[in-house]
Design a protein around this ligand. Structure first.
Ligand code: 5GP
Ligand code: ZN
Length: 118
């Protein structure tokens, strides 16, 4: 599903430019415009889900694939190997969760410290 009013649906559709990290039939990833750290990209399902709060068992395969892809993309984007390196995976959900853009996304944040935040 594509929501014509959703910023991230527009990025996935190429209507708003982004620095793409990865794309397949169900997943899209691009660099965050305000990175917290040397590596900071977002992984999204192409399906418009507003947040983690709407996730059900129906989405288990899709979310599992996203999480399973994160380590490979993190290394490709410049995160150092575990355990000295590593990365942070974050999913802000709802207002109390600090979510600003209401299309489910996984932040992958890493690279050598210091970081700007976090
Ligand atoms: P949230 O707070 O919803 O978890 O995170 C939204 C993230 O999207 C923020 O880190 C913000 O910097 C990023 N962001 C917002 N608008 C844009 C945009 O137009 N392009 C890109 N690349 N990132 C964006
Ligand atoms: Zn969307």
């Amino acid at each position: 599903m594509h929501d014509p009013n959703c910023l991230f649906c527009k990025i996935i559709a190429g209507q708003i430019p982004s620095k793409k990290v990865y794309e397949d039939e169900g997943i899209f990833a691009f660099h965050d415009i305000h990175p917290w750290a040397p590596v900071h990209f977002l992984m999204l399902p192409k399906l418009h889900l507003p947040s983690m709060a709407q996730v059900t068992m129906e989405h288990a395969g899709l979310l599992g694939r996203m999480l399973a892809l994160a380590p490979q993309l993190a290394l490709e984007q410049g995160c150092n190997p575990y355990p000295a390196g590593g990365f942070r995976v974050m999913v802000n959900t709802g207002r109390d969760g600090g979510q600003e853009v209401h299309h489910l996304h996984i932040h992958v944040i890493g690279g050598p410290r210091p970081w700007l935040k976090g």
